[in-house]
Design a protein around this ligand. Sequence first.
Ligand SMILES: *[C@@H]1O[C@H](CO)[C@@H](O)[C@H](O)[C@H]1NC(C)=O
Ligand SMILES: *[C@@H]1O[C@H](CO)[C@@H](O)[C@H](O)[C@H]1NC(C)=O
Ligand SMILES: *[C@@H]1O[C@H](CO)[C@@H](O)[C@H](O)[C@H]1NC(C)=O
Length: 662
Amino acid sequence: MSLLHHHNLVLHLLPFLYLYVSIQPSFSQSFTYNGFTSTNTNNKITNLTLNGIASITNQGILKLTNTSSHHFGQGFYPIPIPFKNNLNKAIKKTLNSFSTAFVFSIEPEYRKLGGHGLAFTFSPTKCILGAQPSQYLGLFNVTNNGNASNHVFAIEFDTVQDFVFRDIDDNHVGVNINRMTSINSTRAGFFVDGDLMKHDLCLHSGKKIQAWIDYDGVTQELNVTLSLFSIKPSMPIMSFQVDLEPVFLDFMYVGFSASTGLLSSNHYIFGWSFNISGKAQSLDLDNLPLLPQIKKNQKSFVSVFYCSVSVAILFLLLGGGIYVVKMSKSIDDVAEDWELDMGPHRFSYKELKDATKGFNEKNLLGFGGSGKVYKGVLPDSKTEIAVKRILKESKHGLKEFVSEISTVGRLRHRHLVQLLGWSRKKGEFLLVYDFMGNGSLDKYIYKNPKMILSWEQRFKIINGIANGLLYLHEEWEQTVLHRDIKAGNVLLDLELNGRLGDFGLAKLYDHGSNANTTKVVGTLGYLAPELTRTGKPTTSSDVYAFGALLLEVVCGRRPIETKASPEELILVDWVWDKLREGVLLEVVDSRLNGEFNEVEVMVVLKLGLLCSSDEPSFRPSMRQVIAYLEQKMPLPGVFGQLCADGEKEVFVVEFDHCVPFS
Ligand SMILES: *[C@@H]1O[C@H](CO)[C@@H](O)[C@H](O)[C@H]1NC(C)=O
Ligand SMILES: *[C@@H]1O[C@H](CO)[C@@H](O)[C@H](O)[C@H]1NC(C)=O
Ligand SMILES: *[C@@H]1O[C@H](CO)[C@@H](O)[C@H](O)[C@H]1NC(C)=O
């Protein structure tokens, strides 16, 4: 099959190749673009072949992608390059050496959230068919990823850490042969001659970066070098031996590919030189086209949250994941085990179906990540209930489900939504909860709220949830992690007491409908950065999410508000900014009309920042949180400092435990 494919390709190319070879008998091939429209001094411009959303800007810059989500863009040199010296068939085939230099920049739509990277690509065709955007960078798709018949060789400049492809970090250079998983990769950086230190280089800083890729066909050594300048440093950041002969066809196209996912970046190539018979000419950065003046609304500083926030978020959006779920074996007899347990009541399916009028859409209270929630009334007792319906395709996980329910069903606290019982039918699970008359908190704090909660009401809710979470973490017989704390999971009873819903069960939802999908449990904006690295939820990652919740309740907005201005995009960063500027109270929800207890608001905001710390060890425990909220313990003084660390400005956060709380 793969041979056939290969063969076909060669056949397709044959007439063209023949033409090419006969016109230009020499195999030497070199070109230089200082911008992609202006004609060169010695040769006229050869237009690139553009695919996807790639375009050439008026300034002559190759713009591989714009900010449209889930697209890719490719730009290839339209003439195939001979990579194998076929004239001398008697000796062992070796690949021709090649050398290239190009200048690129990656400018995310939201600087702090990042976006996908780009790849310098060798391909048998000048349009990679069936390629997918997002994590596939417009190079492969989910089906052909890894096939030897792809004959695709790429050097990726990757700005997302995808755990599925075993990426080392969210800012690396990787070498990919026929698949997205790199055979070698290294953190992006550059050397300065006369200095042994590798300097950091943020690939998606929007700055012009020059890259050199050199391959020696005889020694099979591949070198990749990066710099922010025109002159090539003598020290590459990556150097290793790889035999590319099996990957390359006799003739290959060379070019660039980049993609966007849900978050997007503009990917630009300003200039490019390529040489197959010597070193590629380095590009003079001053001689390249300039982008039209970009609106300067991106913040100049990069907070400590920068890289981790972008990883965490992108990761979620990509649907990639790390929490690998072990499937249980047999699930027979589980029901009997269950009946022996003194856990919550098992309802009959019919009882719940009747209670919700046959899961009538009119009774729909909301959608969770894992299923729909319906309002119901139990026919006999007339008790109002909320029924969560989780659809599952397979019976896998039933045992865990049942044991989890027996645990969760025994948790009792006035700030938790009580699990009353459960039911199941043909891979469908039903959970029955106390009905909460006032719905979820998110309906009260974002845009167009049901009603504006006063500060006293908000503070009461915060205190309630803190106590509920303390109970889960420390006061029950075993530690229970919530794993999905967010405004949507805070329910309000008729007295507007905050009650935490959906606790303890998050683990079960990992099973999802597809046993092969793995995913991080949690919600965008509430996910602690270390979760994406370790995949291991802790009480500290719950505290991180609780911190996001505190800030939301005070500010009356979501942790990530894509409609907000870039300064306000990420709530925690914005609150930090205001704290640094000494105008912290400016973040308070304006709908409170200034009617709030300033001391309490300051405590909650600073506590929110403390809980949202990137560094888990800085975050307080829930017991400490409560002591801070009750003002029984002074909050540590929280302040930040802006320092320049080489290329990148880093916002260093320090917690000074000596400063008394004000
Ligand atoms: C190359 O593109 C320019 C516009 O970008 C066009 O005017 C020109 O005709 C093209 N040249 C060829 C050979 O297609
Ligand atoms: C991106 O480019 C494509 C193709 O050129 C165009 O259709 C689309 O409107 C552009 N999107 C944005 C956000 O500029
Ligand atoms: C993947 O790409 C190949 C071409 O390389 C194409 O034939 C196939 O249909 C694509 N598959 C998907 C799922 O897009």
